[in-house]
Design a protein. Structure first.
Length: 360
């Protein structure tokens, strides 16, 4: 029995199969109306959401299942100090599958270790957002007809942008993919993506600061919001918030066949005038999220039925003698969690926290 914490837990053939299922759902929705009858999805959202929570709920309802849950920590017993692990154990008594969003990095991973049902990471702090990536993959596939041989520009907050991290992890495994990383120097891609994904797999990438200069070569432009909620210093946010604005003038520099994605919500980084451009795919992307979440729920519930054994960490790989210094890591808040590290590069002696991927 497994859930989904990181997109890397799905092999490329499994990603392709999920995309195929989602396309079949789009073509023949009536074949899926009853597939999750009597099954319950719990949406445990400790952080705000519109698309992810509602598309998960719509997905389960369209599969004939039911939903329960909460949309803010204040209305759960987390506000009384209940741990993520205890919450997951309790919800396992009431539901068949969990989708969890949490501001602390690694919280859904902790829940998965404690739950007896599959747990899906619906976004953990500035770390990962694997189901957004599923939406992104289906969108690229539907808009451009392929997932290989693409130049993908990612623009904005690449440091805290969890959707960016998961998308790079996924697309790095398709042949012929190149990345153009467009950000101010303060918001460059973090080490766990650079040194665990891009460098060891020799993925071509370059880092630039100008959107205008980068846009002509792109097949996909993935815009992101500079996220106020991730900054400790509000002045730093104010200084960086308007760094990139995609407008009609910049779209004139882009290829005729390309697509603009954005996980949304947007603030002002895409002018609303761009919405009318046929290359603007971000609202179609939000709809695709529902179909891919339907495909994922079906897959995980099917697997859980066939193999109900918990999918736990391999303890042989773990090291206990280091400390995580990331204030956004769940291990910093829930003091009883053990500090756990895994060696990710023996030659360079690099060890990363199993919850948040920061170096120890
Ligand atoms: N893309 C995304 O995660 O949106 P929400 O925050 O509205 O769920």
């Amino acid at each position: 029995m497994r859930g989904l914490n990181s997109i890397l837990e799905l092999r490329v053939d499994e990603l392709d199969q999920l995309i195929a299922t989602a396309k079949d759902i789009i073509a023949h929705p009536e074949n899926y109306w009853n597939r999750c009858a009597h099954k319950k999805l719990a949406t445990l959202f400790f952080e705000p959401s519109t698309r992810t929570r509602l598309s998960f709920e719509a997905a389960m309802l369209e599969l004939g299942g039911s939903v329960l849950g909460f949309s803010e920590a204040a209305s759960s017993s987390a506000s009384k100090g209940e741990s993520v692990a205890d919450t997951a154990k309790i919800v396992s008594c009431y539901a068949d599958i969990i989708a969890m969003r949490h501001p602390k990095e690694g919280a859904p991973f902790v829940a998965a270790q404690a739950a007896s049902i599959p747990v899906i990471n619906a976004g953990d702090g500035g770390h990962n957002h694997p189901t957004q990536t599923l939406a992104d993959l289906l969108t690229i596939s539907r808009e451009l007809g392929r997932l290989n041989d693409l130049t993908i520009g990612l623009c904005g907050d690449l440091k805290y942008g969890r959707t960016v991290h998961s998308l790079i992890e996924a697309m790095s495994r398709y042949p012929g993919v190149k990345f153009v990383l467009i950000s101010p120097k303060e918001l460059k891609i973090p080490g766990f993506i650079r040194y665990n994904v891009l460098e060891p797999h020799h993925i071509p990438y370059k880092e630039v600061s100008s959107l205008e200069e980068a846009i002509p070569e792109l097949d996909v432009l993935y815009m992101t919001r500079i996220q106020r909620e991730r900054f400790e210093d509000p002045w730093e946010y104010q200084r960086l918030r308007d760094t990139y604005v995609l407008d009609v003038e910049k779209m004139k520099l882009a290829k005729e066949i390309m697509c603009v994605l954005h996980p949304l919500p947007r603030v002002n980084e895409i002018s609303v005038k761009v919405d009318a451009d046929p290359r603007a795919a971000y609202f179609r992307q939000a709809l695709n999220g529902k179909y891919m979440r339907m495909a994922l729920i079906l897959k995980l519930l099917d697997e859980a039925e066939k193999n109900p054994q918990p999918h736990l960490m391999n303890e042989m790989e773990l090291e206990y003698d280091r400390v995580c210094h990331n204030p956004k890591c769940i291990s910093q808040v829930e003091q009883e969690l053990p500090q756990l590290f895994r060696c990710t590069d023996k030659a360079a002696d690099i060890h990363r926290c199993v919850y948040c991927d920061q170096r120890g």
